[in-house]
Design a protein around this ligand. Structure first.
Ligand SMILES: C[S@@+](CC[C@H](N)C(=O)[O-])C[C@H]1O[C@@H](n2cnc3c(N)ncnc32)[C@H](O)[C@@H]1O
Length: 257
């Protein structure tokens, strides 16, 4: 597949762009309503204080969530990438799969650690999960990071991976499996991840929810050394402000030999 023109910096995109637009849009509307209430005389003194307090809190929350989601996509995920890759003992000749690679974040991070190995990214390119994700965008980022010859991108659904059993030394995934809504379908994706992993191979699965579900699945499906990796203070804070809907952390495990 042809890459887009080579850019000077990689662009790993914005996740859930519709939700980000909603937070900024609804936050702006709340802010405008707040200004209307504050600078008009449509309400008496007591209701004015109550309504403007409510609108102020709503605007702060919505705009804060919008900013936070941008921060997650643009800063937090990049910082976490190296920590996640450090969970693998690299030799440089691994065959690596990035499940739901989007614009190539983990695939390219892995390729940077390879010498003779190769990193393959698969995705179905759902625009509502990540803005402007495509094979071309992932390859363009790979060119920018200088790893074109060590990556390959395919269009494939994670519930039906187009690879033989016991094929990959390492399987990575970042913020992708939760995009499958039904638990039974997420289980199919996990079945596929375990199937394509070689015995003694390592999986590192990072996500914003369902990590305990993944860990339990791995425990019961022939995996060893199942570990949950979370930054407890940060995760507790994130869980609290997002009502449990956003708490990034990772699960790692090895396939039994
Ligand atoms: C939030 S993005 C994360 C992308 C990338 N892993 C990253 O961290 O930047 C989630 C990705 O999962 C992909 N995805 C969603 N459902 C999928 C499926 N059933 N099979 C393969 N990819 C899927 C989306 O197209 C999207 O690119």
């Amino acid at each position: 597949m042809a890459a887009e023109s080579v850019q000077s910096n990689p662009d790993y995109g914005i996740d859930a762009p519709g939700l980000v637009r909603f937070f900024f849009g609804a936050g702006t509307v709340s802010l405008v309503l707040l200004l209307v209430v504050l600078f008009s005389s449509i309400l008496g003194q007591t209701p004015k204080i109550a309504v403007s307090t409510l609108l102020g809190m709503t605007a702060t929350y919505l705009l804060g969530m919008g900013c936070f989601m941008l921060y997650g996509s643009k800063v937090m995920k990049l910082k976490d990438r190296d920590k996640l890759l450090n969970l693998v003992q690299w030799s440089g000749y691994e065959l690596v799969l990035d499940v739901g690679c989007g614009r190539g974040l983990m695939m390219i991070g892995a390729a940077n650690r390879l010498t003779t190995g190769k990193a393959i990214g698969i995705d179905v390119w759902q625009q509502h999960d990540q803005a402007s994700n495509s094979a071309a965008a992932a390859l363009s980022n790979a060119a920018t990071e200088g790893v074109t010859e060590r990556v390959e991108v395919k269009t494939a659904d994670m519930r039906q991976l187009p690879f033989p059993a016991n094929y990959f030394d390492v399987v990575l995934s970042s913020w992708a499996v939760h995009n499958i809504e039904a638990e039974s379908d997420r289980r199919k994706a996990l079945d596929e991840i375990v199937r394509v992993l070689k015995p003694n191979g390592t999986v590192v699965l990072s996500d914003i929810v369902y990590q305990v579900e993944y860990a339990n699945y791995f425990e019961h499906h022939g995996m060893t050394n199942v570990q949950l990796h979370n930054n407890s203070i940060r995760d507790l804070g994130l869980k609290a402000v997002t009502f449990g809907s956003f708490a990034p952390s990772a699960v790692s495990a090895c396939k039994r030999a």
